[in-house]
Design a protein around this ligand. Structure first.
Ligand code: DGP
Length: 115
């Protein structure tokens, strides 16, 4: 737990969030500034600032985050319409919270390439 990290504090329950899932390793909650009708963030409890901090030992955790996102997409009714999973890495790619997270976005049409 990193005391000045907002997502560590959400995972610990110190800051409220609309959680949709939690276990020993992963927490998922609705984004505060939703960019789509469904916008859920899936995070590891363990603090990693960016994807670039992940090592080979984290491969299983990264896979588990993605698998959890798929399960949540199903639970939130996105199985037919589809959904997008995004992780921004570093400020240049749009990362603003430096605790890795997967954005699960759905419920509207998405364009490609992303802006
Ligand atoms: P990114 O820009 O990729 O690092 O995404 C960070 C997301 O986190 C952004 O969509 C807004 C969301 N966010 C920031 N602070 C909070 C918060 O305190 N609570 C919740 N639920 N979401 C937050």
């Amino acid at each position: 737990m990193t005391q000045d990290c907002i997502f560590c504090r959400i995972a610990a329950g110190d800051i409220p969030a609309r959680k949709v899932y939690e276990d020993d390793a992963i927490v998922a909650f609705h984004d505060l500034e939703p960019q789509a009708p469904v916008h859920v963030l899936i995070i590891p409890r363990r603090h990693l600032s960016t994807l670039l901090e992940a090592s080979a030992d984290d491969a299983k955790l990264l896979g588990a985050l993605q698998f959890r996102a798929i399960e949540i997409a199903r639970e939130l009714g996105l199985e037919s319409s589809g959904f997008r999973l995004v992780t921004n890495c570093l400020a240049g790619a749009g990362q603003s919270v430096f605790h890795i997270h997967l954005h699960l976005l759905g419920g509207r049409k998405f364009s490609w390439p992303p802006g």
